[in-house]
Write a protein that binds this ligand. Sequence first.
Ligand code: NI
Length: 252
Amino acid sequence: MLLHLSTWAEIEAYLKRSTTVVVPIGSNEQHGPTGLLGTDWLCPEIIAHEAHKAGDILVAPTFNVGMAQHHLDFPGTIALRPSTFMLAIGDWVRSLAHHGFDRIFFLNGHGGNVATIEAAFSELYADASYRGGKSGFALRLKNWWDLQGVQKLAYQQFPTGHGSHATPSEIAVTQWAYPDAIKTANYAPQIAPTGPIREASDFRARYADGRMGSNPAQASPEKGGELVKLAVQGLLEEVRAFGAERAPLAAE
Ligand code: NI
C-alpha cells in the first residue's frame, strides 16, 4: 500500500494486520551534469514502490529533502541543516507512532544523511530513556545499496568509475524508472576526482561538475532495472525480518 493513495480508514485497517511502515528518505541535490536532482530520493522511492507491488508493505510519503549543505553551490539543491533534519525526522516518527506504528523502516538514498538520521534515532530513544520506560517504537535505517547483493552487483556492473556521488548505479536506477528524463554530456575527466566533503564553496571548487569519483556514462536503464529487481527482493526480506523481530515491545 502507498499511504498517500490510501484513506485513514484503510490505514486503520492495515494497522490491524501490520504495524510496520517503510519511509523512503533521501535528498534533493545536484548529481553532476546528467544526474537528476531527485536521484537520492527517487532511488529509495522507486525501490519501495516496486516492492509494494510485490508484497504487502505500507510505504509512507518520501522524505525528499535531507542533509545536503555541501551541494548548495549547485542550483536546484535544497538542504536542511542537520538540526532541522533531526527535528523533522522526530515529528515524522512521532506522527506514525501516534497511530500505532511501532516498526519504522527508513530506506535511505543519500550517504550524507546517515549520521543525522542515526543522531535523530538516538534523540528519539533518549526521550524514552530520560522519561523512563519504552519508546513504543523501533527504528531501522538501511541504505538501498546495502540491501542484500546490491552493492556487489553494482561493482560487477561498474568495476571502475563507480565513485561515491552521481554514481552510475544510482543514475541507472533513475534511468530505468524515468527513461524520458535521461540526459547525456561529455564528461571531462571521464572519471571524476575524489576527496573530502566540507562546505559548499569548497565542494564546488574541488568537484567542478558535481561528481565524485564516478563515470556516469556507464549507466543504462537495463542495469538500473537489474539493481531495482535485486533491491526489491532485499527490501521485502529486510522489512519482513524487522516486522517479525518481536521483542519486548509487543510482549508488554
Ligand atoms: Ni546520490
